[in-house]
Write a new protein. Structure first.
Length: 186
């Protein structure tokens, strides 16, 4: 075995404790879940938000809330580290986030959406990224309140990707941009 390919033990990963995570400076990204049915998808988004040191997860409508064992199956404790709040209506959450200075970005296929690889993330902005229902997507009323819509380029016969996977792809792009300092929006 090559010495530089040794699998690291958990203790060697230098992970933050929950308390250290809560005190750490976060990237200015809030994830908004608009009526997500699957508790496993919700848990996965918590875990991804923790991994990328994002500010908060906002749960809306029928989206389940912690504590719940089905969320924890995929969150693996991230519901304890990542701040979260619940709104019965996604539109109210989005309006409050806009008032707090966040750009509202819905992940949805719309007539005017921008392909994710063409969307330019500006590190000077704060972003609220909305992911929608597994079948119905982001509500039109929320799309109407958005500053922009982005979509993941797809070439196959299916034109949708599971919410947890979509969140991983989109949030990774935001993490990379903030990690690297971001680039100007066009």
């Amino acid at each position: 075995m090559k010495p530089d390919m040794k699998k690291l033990l958990n203790i060697e990963l230098n992970r933050l404790s929950v308390e250290e995570f809560r005190k750490a400076s976060k990237f200015p990204v809030i994830v908004v879940l608009d009526n997500i049915r699957s508790l496993n998808n919700t848990g996965s988004v918590f875990r991804t938000s923790d991994a990328f040191l994002f500010e908060e997860v906002v749960l809306c409508g029928i989206t389940g809330t912690p504590p719940h064992r089905e969320i924890e199956k995929t969150a693996l404790g991230a519901t304890l580290s990542v701040k979260w709040e619940y709104f019965s209506k996604t539109e109210e959450a989005v309006k409050q986030l806009r008032n707090r200075g966040y750009m509202i970005i819905s992940v949805e296929q719309t007539a005017g959406s921008v392909q994710l690889n063409n969307f330019r993330i500006n590190k000077e902005n704060k972003y609220a990224i909305v992911f929608g229902h597994e079948v119905k997507g982001v509500q039109q009323e929320v799309v109407d309140l958005s500053d922009n819509c982005i979509e993941i380029p797809q070439k196959g016969t299916k034109h949708s990707i599971n919410i947890a996977v979509s969140a991983g792809i989109v949030l990774w792009e935001f993490f990379k941009a903030f990690q690297q300092g971001g680039i100007d929006e066009e």
